[in-house]
Design a protein around this ligand. Structure first.
Ligand code: SAH
Length: 203
């Protein structure tokens, strides 16, 4: 389960993670663990960012949808590897901070939108790749529907604080979904705009 993709390793090596964590945590930014970024959210562990990125199998031409911008770190890594990233963040303050940070780094192919990403981004669909960095109770149907045939989604599935597993979902050319469960993970929950809890169709 190692990270062998040289492009992924280079993208991560070239992007200082300390810029994406709160100032008082910068000395811990090199460690392979998640860190708090405020609003009860976290920046993912670097290994998880690397694994999910490698597993998306990006060649360079793709348009990628990310749900859960958080700090913007995963989005910035993706931005170095694909054509365009659309990243959706529910918490307005995090969306604004990530947008400012990416702009200050001169990253122009990553677009951050504020909103409930579990609905996807129909106006920009279909996407070659979808990555979800918060745990859903099941695969959100709108996200599967916005995948291009031959496309791929990487998403953690499972209850908040329960048994979550990372899934790799592929949409065949004939429109069939192939869902493969990989390993146990721990992500913050995917929440809905209105209530702060999971949407009905998550159940
Ligand atoms: N990819 C991020 C990790 C963020 S943690 C990084 O690299 O830092 C997951 C994020 O998903 C949190 O910021 C949380 O606010 C956000 N989130 C939760 N539910 C969401 C939803 N329905 N739509 C968009 N973002 C959501």
């Amino acid at each position: 389960m190692g990270i062998r993709d040289e492009r992924v390793l280079r993208a991560i090596a070239e992007l200082p993670r300390e810029l994406f964590v709160p100032e008082e945590l910068r000395s811990r930014a090199d460690g392979d663990h998640p860190l708090p970024i405020g609003y009860g959210q976290t920046i993912s562990q670097p290994f998880m960012v690397a694994w999910m990125t490698q597993t998306l199998e990006i060649s360079g031409t793709e348009r990628v949808l990310e749900i859960g911008t958080g700090s913007g770190y995963q989005a910035a890594v993706l931005g170095r590897l694909c054509r365009r990233v659309y990243s959706i963040e529910l918490v307005p303050e995090l969306a604004a901070a990530a947008r400012d940070l990416l702009a200050s780094l001169g990253i122009e192919n990553v677009e951050v939108r504020q909103g409930d990403g579990s609905r996807g981004l129909p106006e920009e669909a279909p996407f070659d790749r979808v990555i979800v960095t918060a745990a859903a109770l099941r695969i959100p149907p709108p996200l599967a529907a916005q995948l291009r045939p031959g496309g791929r989604m990487v998403i953690p599935i499972g209850p908040p604080d329960g048994a979550q597993f990372i899934h790799v979902v592929e949409l065949g050319q004939g429109g069939e979904l192939e869902d493969s469960e990989r390993f146990a993970v721990r992500f913050v929950p995917l929440r809905s705009e209105e209530s702060g809890v999971e949407l009905d169709w998550h159940r």
